[in-house]
Structures are given as C-alpha cells and as structure tokens.
Design a protein around this ligand. Structure first.
Ligand code: FE2
Length: 133
C-alpha cells in the first residue's frame, strides 16, 4: 500500500520558528523515507536517509529539551521519556533493516505514528506554555 506525502500545515506550528523549522526538516525526511519505501525495491538510500533522520531527531530533541527546561516546562520529564523511547525504537528498526516487506511496513507505521504522536500530540502540549513565556 502506497502512503501519501504528509504536507506541512500551519496548525502544526508550535509557535517557535526554530522548533517549527526542525519539525519541518523531520517531516521532509520522513516523507523521503516513506517515498523510498513505497518503491518495490527500496534502495540502500533508505538506510542512509534513516540515519540522517536519526541524527536530525537527536539534535532536535537536545534543542527541544534545553528550550523547555529553560522555560520551566512542567512536563519536561514526559518529553525526555518519549525522546528516549523514540531513540531506542529507531535504533532497533535500523538494526532490523528493510530487506523484507514486514520490516518495511513496520518502519513506515512507526514513522507515521511518530510524526502524529510527537508533533501533533506531545509537542502541541507545550505550545500553550511557550505562548506564556
Ligand atoms: Fe519536537
């Protein structure tokens, strides 16, 4: 089953230009990986894109945690917890590889679900907080 590209929408904004820019970069990488996985024979490019997403996400988490900690965000702990859960999961998926359809589907589901949970739910939770600082 082919997955459509996720388009950035204004309501994905958390109200901070730098965090939005990082989220847009993450979304772009997710789209590129899903696009590569939609092909019948995914190329090696998938793994290098996934590695890039991993690095970009690590930098983003680091920035986000510092930013939230400096602004005294009360739910920082749950952000840190989910960032580390994401990190563990993506490392597992990278070591599983994408040589069979089951792994490819698991990777697509993970990326799409992560986008929805990370940005649209977990990060939206701090939007109101940032507006007040
Ligand atoms: Fe984020």
């Amino acid at each position: 089953m082919k997955h459509k590209k996720i388009e950035w929408e204004d309501n994905y904004s958390v109200g901070n230009v730098e965090l939005d820019r990082q989220h847009q970069h993450i979304l772009q990488l997710i789209n590129e990986i899903v696009e590569l996985l939609n092909q019948t024979e995914p190329s090696k490019e998938v793994m290098s894109r996934l590695m890039r997403l991993y690095e970009v996400a690590q930098q983003h988490f680091y920035f986000e945690e510092i930013y939230l900690s400096r602004s005294d965000y009360s739910d920082l702990k749950s952000q840190q917890k989910s960032h580390s859960a994401y990190t563990d999961h993506v490392l597992q998926l990278m070591s599983d590889g994408v040589s069979n359809a089951e792994n490819r589907n698991a990777l697509i589901s993970f990326l799409l679900e992560w986008w929805n949970n990370h940005i649209l739910i977990e990060d939206m939770a701090y939007k109101g907080h940032l507006e007040q600082v």
